[in-house]
Design a protein around this ligand. Structure first.
Ligand code: FAD
Length: 223
């Protein structure tokens, strides 16, 4: 069976808040640049750019831990009209209290430790927020490919050409089932890893490219 090859200009691996924010921001930067050039501004138009987000779960938002306190500053920078666009906020935080619970009852702390002050933040479901961001990315022409787990990086020497996605239709013993389908080779001029912590591709590239930045906390640990 032939392995499919998909070519993108830029691909983000992982449709969490990081991957989707990156795709939305890039699509808008290109659109704004091209509009400015069309209006007589400097530079050349970039033109149609294929931006993709590869997501291993069946739907955007399925792997987002639900129930989160969101500091809205980054969202407001990304999408200044995030409220008007209907970002799914369950509630704004209007007051904070810290309770200590014990077998005998509860005790309210008479002060609020600064680290636990969430005034001005929002209570959201991360799954709902990422689903909503996915819709905005798609409106901007970004392709979101769900059920597409990046499994191994595609390399040419030290250059990352893209990722190979996992095969479908393989049983636990590694045997091919009737509906076997080999994973696709997804190549791009730029592959951005947004897998969350301990990503499948990131872990492999850390070994092959020693790509962990020098200021990363883990890289400062003794071997
Ligand atoms: C229990 C818990 C509670 C938290 N509570 C809060 C909170 O209240 N407030 C807050 O601000 N933050 C909270 N966080 C942190 C927050 O969830 C993360 O900072 C944020 O989700 C990171 O976003 P991300 O896009 O980098 O990664 P993720 O949200 O982890 O998204 C990664 C995405 O990539 C996909 N993916 C991973 N690997 C691959 C692959 N190889 N191929 C294709 N797709 C892949 C995953 O399915 C997922 O959709 C909490 C985290 C945890 C674990």
């Amino acid at each position: 069976m032939e392995r499919e090859t998909l070519e993108f200009d830029v691909q983000f691996v992982g449709a969490g808040p990081a991957g989707l924010a990156g795709a939305i921001h890039l699509a808008r930067l290109i659109a704004n640049h091209d509009a400015a050039v069309a209006g007589g501004g400097p530079g050349k138009a970039i033109g149609e750019t294929n931006i993709a987000v590869l997501e291993k779960s069946a739907e955007v938002g399925h792997h987002g831990f639900s129930g989160a306190v969101m500091d809205p500053r980054a969202m407001a920078e990304l999408l200044p009209d995030w409220r008007e666009r209907g970002c799914p906020v369950a509630s704004d935080v209007t007051s904070d209290d810290v309770y200590i619970f014990s077998e005998g009852g509860k005790f309210r702390l008479p002060f609020l430790p600064p680290a636990l002050n969430n005034h001005g933040n929002c209570i959201v479901s991360l799954g709902d927020v990422t689903r909503w961001m996915g819709g905005i990315a798609e409106e901007l022409g970004v392709l979101i490919a769900t059920e597409t787990p990046a499994q191994v990086p595609l390399m040419a020497g030290n250059q990352v050409l893209g990722v190979r996605t996992g095969d479908k239709g393989v049983n636990k013993a590694g045997e091919h089932k009737g509906q076997y389908q080999p994973g696709a080779d997804c190549t791009a001029k730029l592959t951005v890893l947004c897998e969350g912590p301990r990503g499948t591709i990131a872990k492999q590239l850390e070994k092959t490219l020693a790509s962990r930045p020098a200021n990363s906390p883990r890289s400062t640990r003794p071997a």
